[in-house]
Design a binder for this molecule. Structure first.
Ligand SMILES: Cc1ncc(COP(=O)(O)OP(=O)(O)O)c(N)n1
Ligand SMILES: Cc1ncsc1CCOP(=O)(O)O
Length: 446
């Protein structure tokens, strides 16, 4: 069954907040998005240049059009610019019984007012009492409750006022602005407080309020209980901020796609590497090229999502010689590689599309052959490693890869080093995908 969620909100031409953020959020949760546009804003990551409010009657008609035909399983409100729009929305949503999430949008991240001064009373009187949940941030909760919020205790008081005095069914006061090491959201529902905690993430925040409230609405539309919907929305928004889309020169927007793209990419990476490893171990003359320390073959998530070794898939326990054959010791896992993960993550800082690498035992003959075949070869010399890098745990490989890339001022297919005391000489073959790495390997050794 297709679930439908409606957003009654303004449009952000920059695609970071408003209707655009809501629709992306609905999509991320597999919910069909419906829209009632309240205002059109000319906006980017730095400023709001113009606002055109839609005729309140047209706002009402949009809600009716979709509710009467398609049906609405849950809805949210965002920017409701003026008192007439607020009244029209309140009157219209009352005709239906869907749960309503209210994001009391007042000011854009860039500082522009999105709610007229004289519309605050209408928002409080007409919209808040219709809310299943209201999702203010600190300044919004202060305006609604009339109290100053300095700490979690104040946030609890404000949430209680919004429910018990203003008439919402529940309220969640978001703690992103409280300056704590954790982002603590205070939820008041059925006479009880609950806290939702996540590490404070210093990332992209334009559209957080919109996306968070839309995520609650999407999950309500899917039939989740309110507390579960809030828990999922918190996880979703933390991820979206962390993997934010670094675009524009101002406040960069939340990346709603991270929620679905990361699991999808993990699956693609896993499958592609597993297939490549099957092909690798079947190469007849491979055993002679397996180093004493073993071989690994890794594939990283796309650059936006590749931050640490846990974002790189490799073979658990490496690939080793086994009699006359070569065998992976364990399965393909994220976080299984240490050395090659550091190598590829460094390489990707220069060439983000190159996401796969494997290591071979060094042989002068292979290096000569690689050059003759037209592959670009570079190297680093461990004896030249600066003392301060040596002192840094895990610093050698990133330094070596940087040095090798800078040496040729280009994109090497192969980087080798001749080893040092206790360090085996090694060849690394890089490629966009494991299949590309395999092709280069086969050119070299078959
Ligand atoms: C059209 C529109 N609606 C809402 C907003 C507010 O979004 P933002 O500035 O990112 O603030 P938060 O809602 O995330 O706290 C907007 N800018 N434009
Ligand atoms: C390239 C390399 N250098 C030392 S061991 C090794 C093989 C792979 O190591 P890991 O499994 O940690 O990626």
């Amino acid at each position: 069954m297709i679930r439908k969620a409606l957003t009654i909100a303004g449009s952000d031409s920059g695609g970071g907040a408003g209707i655009e953020a809501d629709l992306k959020t609905y999509s991320a949760f597999g919910v069909h998005g419906l829209v009632a546009i309240t205002s059109v804003t000319a906006q980017n990551t730095q400023e709001v240049r113009a606002i055109h409010d839609v005729d309140p009657e047209v706002v009402a008609k949009q809600i009716e059009a979709v509710a009467d035909d398609i049906g609405v399983d849950a809805a949210k409100t965002g920017m409701l610019s003026n008192a007439e729009i607020i009244k029209a929305v309140a009157k219209t949503v009352k005709k239906y019984s869907f749960p309503l999430v209210v994001d009391p949008v007042m000011i854009a991240k860039s500082g522009a007012p999105l709610l007229r001064e004289d519309a605050m009373d209408a928002l409080i009187e007409k919209i808040i009492p219709l809310a299943k949940v209201v999702t203010p941030n600190k300044p919004e909760a202060e305006k609604l409750s009339g109290i100053r919020i300095e700490n979690l205790e104040d946030a609890r008081k404000a949430a209680k006022i919004i429910v018990e005095e203003l008439g919402a069914e529940s309220a969640i006061v978001k703690g992103g602005h409280l300056g704590l090491s954790e982002a603590v959201d205070v939820f008041y529902f059925n006479g009880e407080f609950k806290e939702y905690r996540a590490p404070f993430v210093d990332g992209c925040t334009h559209g957080t309020g919109c996306s968070f409230s839309a995520a609650i609405a999407a999950n309500l539309a899917k039939g989740k209980e309110l507390e579960e919907a809030v828990r999922i929305a918190k996880e979703f928004i933390t991820m979206g901020i962390y993997y934010g889309a670094k675009i524009g020169y101002g406040h960069c927007p939340v990346n709603q796609n991270a929620w679905i793209e990361i699991p999808a990419e993990k699956w693609r990476v896993y499958e592609s590497l597993r297939n490549a490893i099957k092909e690798l171990v079947a190469i007849e003359n491979l055993p002679q090229y397996v180093p004493e320390v073993g071989m690994n073959f890794v594939y990283a998530l796309p650059r936006l999502y590749a931050r640490s070794k846990d974002d790189v898939a490799g073979v658990k326990g490496r690939i080793v010689k086994f009699g006359s054959a070569v065998k992976p010791v364990g399965g393909v896992e994220f976080g299984a590689s240490d050395h090659l993960a550091r190598a590829i993550l460094t390489y990707m800082n220069f060439f983000p599309e190159t996401r796969s690498v494997l290591n071979l035992k060094y042989s002068e003959e292979l290096i000569k052959k690689a050059s003759n075949l037209g592959l670009r070869v570079s190297f680093y010399d461990r004896r030249e490693e600066p003392e301060e890098i040596k002192a840094q745990e895990g610093g050698t490989i990133p330094w070596g890869i940087r040095t090798a890339i800078e040496r040729i001022n280009g994109k090497p297919d192969i980087i080798y080093h001749l080893g040092n005391w206790g360090k085996e000489a090694m060849i690394l073959i890089f490629g966009e995908t494991p299949q590309v790495v395999l092709r280069k390997l086969k050119m070299l050794i078959e």
